[in-house]
Design a protein around this ligand. Structure first.
Ligand SMILES: C[S@@+](CC[C@H](N)C(=O)[O-])C[C@H]1O[C@@H](n2cnc3c(N)ncnc32)[C@H](O)[C@@H]1O
Length: 311
């Protein structure tokens, strides 16, 4: 029993293997067959654009294997059949998104980008808005994970930007495909790891310590609207409109060129005229699109939306 382990099922009426399982101990596969991996990878790619390369097979195995005992399924092939035959059942698809995404993040992760936003982009965009009379400033954290990026923006806006521009209404929208992280974000409770980059004065001002947890103040929590959104769902992405600044950081790395192009086109369409797109420090739009101009801020770079006749 090299790559199999023993598992004792609970009795249930809704599981694919239940009739054969009974209450007897059964074996659950721990290694995915290559053909199943290829099919699983295609399915994940089709629904969310994330591409698992051959070298990441072990990662996918580890992540999906947690679903097998929960569904009382014994093989990865059976899991594939279950999920591909019930894609209209959003629940397991959501569980798959939770299983396959990587959610690493923390407050003030991209300090130089936030600096450029505060000191250069916001004053410039607001100057333009004064001409048109637009009083709403929309910022979107487009792969927000558990909310640290969006709440960092909220802290900066409340602490330093709103007082300079009292007539402007700042709206922060945060989205992610993974409903677990969205639920955690809404709670606004964090551990040491997440808050380690926050300056002590801001930590003290906007968090309350409760044992080993840091509870975000409601005045910041209420500034961000969270919702589930799949960047790869072109139709759903059309609801995001007239955004001034998008942060879509550290997610494009999980996509291949074709899915990057699809997502970046949707982000382009979501931006208002002259809007800006931040991506992660290790990411680039080189070879993906010519619809943006790369602008150097003080210590960070940002992509500015070009009009169709400008590129
Ligand atoms: C590494 S985290 C980045 C969090 C934050 N933007 C940062 O830079 O700290 C990547 C996030 O992208 C999300 N993600 C992956 N694929 C996605 C998709 N197709 N649509 C929306 N979010 C996605 C994951 O759930 C994960 O929370």
């Amino acid at each position: 029993m090299s790559d199999l382990f023993k598992f004792k099922f609970q009795k249930s009426s809704t599981t694919p293997s239940e009739q054969t399982a009974g209450a007897k101990p059964v074996t659950i596969e721990t290694s995915m067959k290559l053909e199943t991996f290829v099919k699983m990878r295609e399915l994940i790619y089709k629904f969310c654009g994330i591409y698992y390369t051959d070298s990441k097979k072990y990662l996918l195995e580890g992540r999906i294997s947690k679903r097998l005992p929960i569904l009382k399924i014994t093989t990865f092939e059976e899991y594939y059949n279950f999920i591909s035959s019930s894609v209209s059942n959003r629940e397991e698809l959501n569980q798959l998104f939770i299983a396959v995404t990587i959610n690493e993040t923390y407050f003030f992760r991209a300090e130089q980008q936030f600096d450029g936003l505060e000191k250069i982009l916001i004053p410039e965009i607001i100057k333009r808005k004064k001409v048109t009379g637009d009083k709403v400033f929309k910022i979107w954290s487009a792969a927000s994970s558990s909310g640290e990026e969006a709440y960092t923006l909220a802290i900066i806006i409340k602490d330093r930007i709103q007082p300079l521009f009292p007539g402007i209404e700042f709206q922060i929208i945060a989205t992610d495909i993974n409903t677990n992280v969205i639920d955690a974000a809404k709670k606004g409770i964090y551990k040491d790891y997440a808050v380690r980059n926050i300056k002590p004065n801001l930590l003290k001002k906007y968090f309350k310590q409760d044992g080993t947890s840091y509870v975000l103040d409601d005045s910041i929590r209420n500034m961000v609207k969270f919702q589930q959104l799949n960047l790869y769902d072109t139709f759903a992405m059309r609801n995001m409109k007239n955004i001034d600044v998008i942060f879509c950081c550290n997610v494009l790395i999980y996509f291949d060129t074709v899915s990057k192009q699809k997502v970046v086109q949707s982000l382009y369409d979501s931006l208002g005229q002259g809007g800006y797109l931040f991506i992660g420090y290790s990411e680039s739009l080189h070879g993906i699109t010519k619809s943006f101009k790369l602008i150097h801020l003080d210590k960070a770079m940002v992509y500015k939306k070009l009009l169709p006749n400008e590129n």
